[in-house]
Design a protein around this ligand. Sequence first.
Ligand code: TRP
Ligand code: SF4
Length: 400
Amino acid sequence: MFTERILSGMRPTGRLHLGHYHGVLRNWVRLQLEYECYFFVADWHALTTHYDEPEVIEQHVWDMVVDWLAAGVDPARATLFIQSQVPEHAELHLLLSMITPLGWLERVPTYKDQQEKLSEKDLSTYGFLGYPLLQGADILIYRATKVPVGEDQVPHIEFTREIARRFNHLYGKEPGFEEKAELAVRRLGSKKGKLYRELRTRYQEQGDDEALAAAKALLQEQQNLSLGDEERLYGYLEGGGKMILSEPSALLTSASRMPGLDGQKMSKSYNNTIGLREEGEGITRKIRTMPTDPARVRRTDPGDPDKCPVWQFHLVYSDEKTREWVTQGCTSAGIGCLECKQPVIEAVLAEQEPMRERARMFEEDPTLVRNIIADGCEKARELAQETLRDVKQAMGLNYV
Ligand code: TRP
Ligand code: SF4
């Protein structure tokens, strides 16, 4: 039984590169072994900034999903879906917008940053301002507990937590909450009820987070709780109201820094990428023409790996012994740069071999990909509808 639910999304920006692989996908592939995972294509989020390029979005969506599958994201382990195919996200976004203070959105640092960075676009739109709230709806609708994201997305997770808290505060209050919660504890049975009380006391009096986690796990195992009691028992653990939406936390993982061919961050806009399923010859050529330490004008000039982008690749791809050989050979002019690049070329090609293999299958039969996504969307919708039902009930919209 899983106690954590992981959710993450990626905007469809076209074919993915090694930066995405080492920064995000490798992580997803690992997480899917341990947790219940939901991964989705954030196509509405792409429209917030690329509303003027509707013609490319479809291709980008399918290319990205094939890249995920090629990288080893496994539809038998993780649920893969497309945001716009689960319209419940939009409904929750709308409902949450009722309680979202404008100032909270304007304060999210990415709002001004991105507007400045993409100054050629008009991003003073309603949709773009609401970007973090849409992301919040993505997360809250699955009651995800952990969201693997990069550093830059942490403010969005914080914002999501605040929205969840505000929602629970506004709608989790009910007359006679304490009595109802106590009744619910009794319904757990005497043994589990006693354990629940002990854990709750330990958390509330000593701030014992392990006790809180244990109590949550206990509740998660209960099969016969009514929805109302479940929300009460979760809310009673931490405070004075029902917990209808759960607060997620960011899962920051130590992603290896994958620089681009020129040593800057790998990014399509810098034109310094290696694609995830690029053909071998192209990759070889790109690495062979990578810049190196400018001090090595002639083969006999010694160099310094710290001033060379190739060294960054060795840090990602090479073992201790190879790195030793590089440092030694570079600083003494004992090896040439092409020689130095050879193990990197081989490692990148070897890494991509199984990816190309897997991708071929999906490229040859696109219906495979469509079916994976159709199944994922269906599964996601079921879960999304459950949350939405609770939200609508809490907001007084359960009259039909
Ligand atoms: N904003 C995220 C990014 O640009 C993409 C995203 C949208 C997302 N919704 C999400 C990530 C929900 C995690 C959870 O990378
Ligand atoms: Fe870079 Fe290797 Fe050349 Fe040194 S020998 S400058 S590390 S490519």
